[in-house]
Design a protein around this ligand. Structure first.
Ligand code: TAP
Length: 490
């Protein structure tokens, strides 16, 4: 499938980059070019921010009656549901994930639009009790123009995860998709127009992070940045935005622990622990890649993981049997292979490997076989650094305290999972884990009604749920002196 040349979207027009330059987009299963998109730079970002600024400052979007804004978000959700197959197929070609996973992403994106659409008419303020001679109105207002910067592992879902709360809050926005995966974002404009979103409310600029992304962060017309991506870039963005005291929310990486106590139901624990490491090819910020297993069940746990590994079917995401696709790019494939080399060098042992696709047509795809390492300790890179690939590391523990210490021994704090049949222990350990999400007897569910975000260096702020909406809001206090009459003009 060739997607040809796809334009960016500024002020409801499809536009080229002002420089005329383009970026090639690859199908990671075959390593072939399937599309070209504009290489936007600071001039294009400036146009997009002006468009978003105008739509916001003129009140075209934030001044619209709440029920009309709600309607537009709900209509957009319906359109996305109608177009789910085509969007999911495009997502598979763009980022390699299996079709079933891409369909689930699109469905969740539609739900997120419905969820935040529902909030639009329910953003009440407060009247706190102060003194009888005054009244304080606490009102919520949109922060203004939001710059939205997203990675490549859930391209469409991440785009909607940011656009939906921004619009629900009354903000307008400029989205910069990842350079590797711009195609489903660029499919959005016709749906936005069908839902009757006004020009300028959503603008989409494709381009490189250090050019278009950097310009978005630096632009004085942008009131906040919502960023999802790596710790390194997140840190840089926070520093840059600090010069303008710009609000920044950061959803960064993780090295999530997965603690398996000996009293757990092993069938469930093994299946979901493996899922939590290997789904989406391990390209998941919350992947539970540090598996910590209590000594009495350590050997049996590993035997069962071997079986899981042999059931993984790698291949092209569009094939119905495929359960694991390629990594996103040649560069990322090399990065993951470097991590594997360093694990060997540090003395880790590869316990089991999956098998690469047997289809010769996929020889140039960016595949890396799933792997399980043992003989690891917390000094090794494999236990400390985010790999963002299908690599599991397993180590034994003895006591509950030891498990908690190992789990928290990381600068990250995005998520953690624990497996036990003892509810008292489950809650006690959950409270001690320093992570934004703790799963008890599960791994990876992230319902969009609940907040998502990290402790420590996994980020700041929250996405999803009501808290995710509040990131796009300002709070205003209006104080009324009730001792003074206010005359209503004739
Ligand atoms: P990054 O390299 O950080 O890129 C993320 C986005 O930032 C891309 O759009 C990128 O543009 C852009 N960018 C790069 N440099 C920039 C700069 N100087 N200024 C502004 N924007 C810039 O991450 P990635 O490799 O795409 O994604 C993997 C990382 O994302 C992992 O660390 C993963 O944990 C994290 N992640 C976190 C979460 C949550 S919810 N916490 C979810 C998914 C992924 P280009 O496309 O040009 O590079």
């Amino acid at each position: 499938m060739d997607y040809g040349y796809q334009r960016m979207y500024i002020n409801a027009e499809r536009v080229d980059a002002q420089s005329g330059q383009t970026i090639d987009v690859f199908d990671p299963a075959f390593g072939t070019v399937i599309a070209r998109v504009p290489q936007g730079n600071s001039s294009d970002i400036d146009q997009a921010v002006r468009s978003a600024r105008h739509c916001f400052d003129s009140g075209v979007w934030p001044g619209r009656p709440a029920r009309e804004r709600e309607r537009i978000l709900l209509d957009l959700a319906q359109i996305i549901r109608r177009e789910r197959d085509i969007l999911a197929q495009t997502e598979v070609k763009d980022c390699g994930k299996p079709l079933a996973d891409a369909l689930a992403d699109i469905d969740e994106a539609a739900f997120i639009l419905e969820y935040y659409g529902g909030w639009v008419t329910k953003l009440n303020g407060e009247i706190p009790p102060t003194n009888p001679e005054a009244m304080s109105l606490i009102v919520k207002e949109p922060i203004g123009v939001a710059g939205l910067i997203i990675p490549w592992n859930y391209p469409f879902l991440m785009a909607i995860q940011k656009i939906a709360p921004a619009l629900a809050a009354g903000c307008t926005c400029v989205l910069k998709p990842a350079e590797q995966t711009p195609l489903t974002a660029l499919a959005l404009p016709k749906y936005l127009e069908e839902a009757l979103l006004p020009p300028g409310a959503v603008n989409i600029v494709t381009g490189y992070g250090d050019e278009a992304g950097e310009a978005l962060v630096k632009h004085p017309g942008v009131d906040m940045i919502s960023f999802t991506g790596s710790l390194e870039v997140g840190r840089h963005i926070q520093k840059t935005a600090a010069l303008q005291i710009k609000r920044v929310t950061l959803e960064l990486g993780g090295k999530s622990p997965n603690i398996v106590f000996a009293d757990t139901n092993l069938d469930d624990a093994v299946a979901k622990t493996c899922f939590g490491v290997f789904w989406n090819q391990g390209e998941v910020c919350s992947a539970g890649s540090r598996v910590i297993v209590q000594e009495p069940i350590y050997d049996e746990f590993l035997d069962r993981v071997d079986n899981y590994l042999s059931s993984i079917k790698m291949g092209c995401g569009t094939h119905p049997d495929t359960t694991m696709g390629p990594l996103i790019s040649l560069e990322h494939q090399k990065r993951v292979q470097e991590h594997v080399k360093s694990a060997y060098k540090d003395g880790a042992q590869c316990r089991a490997k999956g098998t690469l696709p047997d289809d010769s047509a996929l020889i140039h795809g960016y595949f890396v076989e799933p792997m399980v390492f043992t003989n690891v300790d917390m000094t090794m890179r494999i236990m400390r650094e985010e790999i963002f690939g299908p690599v599991m590391a397993v180590m034994p523990f003895s006591t509950e305290d030891e498990a908690v210490t190992l789990a928290n021994d990381t600068p990250y704090g995005l998520a953690a999972a624990l497996w036990t049949n003892d509810i008292k222990r489950a809650l006690a350990v959950a409270k001690k884990l320093r992570a934004g999400t703790v799963w008890i007897n599960d791994s990876q569910p992230a319902p969009s009604e609940a907040p998502w975000g990290g402790y420590k260096q996994s980020g700041q702020g929250r996405e999803l749920g009501r808290m995710g909406l509040e990131e796009y809001l300002e709070t205003k206090h209006i104080y009324i002196n009730l001792n003074r009459g206010i005359n209503t003009p004739e």
